[in-house]
Design a protein. Structure first.
Length: 328
């Protein structure tokens, strides 16, 4: 790669037949109610149930996204969470940050040759957290700090290096505020977004911007040792805090389609959330672009307004595999 080239850096029954000899019962003493028109069937089962829940959700407002998902089962990935901020505050960065900040955590992973610090997004009240694979890959232990300062030990439930996703679970956690997952297919270029994470270990940092582009090809490392210090400034990607790393370029890579944003992303933002104007998660922040000259010096490296996030619909489609302990 020449010096002018750039690099991407990493900042889960039919009824039985009646007997032939059965006799028909006498006609009812009352007039039957109206019958369905020919060719039309009554809607029954889960579809009707979810429709009813959706109507209730629209009536009572926030806090219903988790209920819809629970009724459909934890593997349901199509339900879109209720807005985290009221309509009158839509797009208000301060309101979004206040509403969804408690759903973003800082993650610290201990590795064989160093440490990795990144971010994560709470997706269940009992402590399921989505993050990047490169944040926890190869970790011997994982510690998580929530926005209120509490610390937890976490276990890695599943990883998917091809999508750079991982699912971890906090031990002994309950009553956490889960983020509402949105619909990345509905995202448009120019939409306002808010990114929250722990760049350089600064927990709960909020930045804002717009969606700059969609379906960008982003190539990142899949090496298990990507969070470790390999020595030399040419291994900069996501270096901070002395010998702490958050991914390196590595030799094994994967490419995925990403949401591009100009919201500032820096080392430590990896695994944090990209929120839409209503406070729904539309992506998992995963990479930043740095010019060849920046990548050669950690002192000069930083956000230049080219950040990338894994679309949340990719996350939702991968959750069942991550929950089952996949380690692809």
């Amino acid at each position: 790669m020449t010096e002018s080239q750039g690099t991407y850096e990493q900042p889960y029954p039919s009824s039985p037949a009646s007997p032939a000899h059965a006799e028909w019962p006498p006609p009812p003493p009352y007039r039957p109610g109206p019958q369905p028109e020919p060719g039309k069937k009554r809607r029954r089962g889960p579809v009707a149930l979810l429709a009813a829940v959706a109507i209730v959700a629209a009536a009572v407002g926030g806090g219903t996204a988790y209920t819809v998902q629970e009724l459909a089962g934890k593997d349901a990935t199509t339900a879109v969470g209720a807005p985290a901020v009221p309509t009158a505050k839509r797009g208000d960065v301060a309101a979004i940050a206040a509403a969804v900040g408690p759903s973003v955590v800082e993650i610290n992973a201990t590795l064989a040759g160093g440490s990795s610090t990144g971010s994560g997004v709470i997706i269940s009240s009992d402590g399921e957290i989505v993050t990047n694979n490169h944040v926890v890959s190869g970790a011997s232990s994982v510690k998580v700090r929530t926005s209120d300062g509490k610390s937890y030990t976490a276990e890695v439930l599943g990883t998917d290096s091809s999508k750079d996703l991982a699912l971890i679970k906090l031990r002994g956690a309950k009553g956490l505020k889960a983020a509402a997952l949105g619909d990345s297919d509905a995202v448009r270029v120019g939409d306002p977004v808010v990114a929250i994470g722990s760049p350089e270990g600064l927990t709960g940092t909020v930045t804002s911007g717009i969606v700059s582009a969609l379906n960008r090809d982003v190539t990142v490392s899949t090496d298990e040792n990507q969070g470790q210090d390999q020595g030399g400034d040419d291994q900069w990607p996501f270096r901070f805090g002395g010998r702490e790393f958050n991914g390196d370029t590595g030799s094994s890579t994967t490419t995925y389609k990403a949401i591009q944003t100009d919201a500032s992303l820096n080392p430590g933002n990896s695994g944090g959330a990209l929120f839409d104007a209503s406070g729904r998660v539309i992506g998992i922040n995963s990479a930043m672009y740095s010019s060849g000259s920046q990548a050669s010096s950690s002192a000069e490296a930083g956000s230049i307004g080219l950040g990338f996030a894994i679309p949340v619909n990719t996350v939702k489609s991968d959750l069942a595999a991550l929950r089952s302990g996949g380690t692809s």
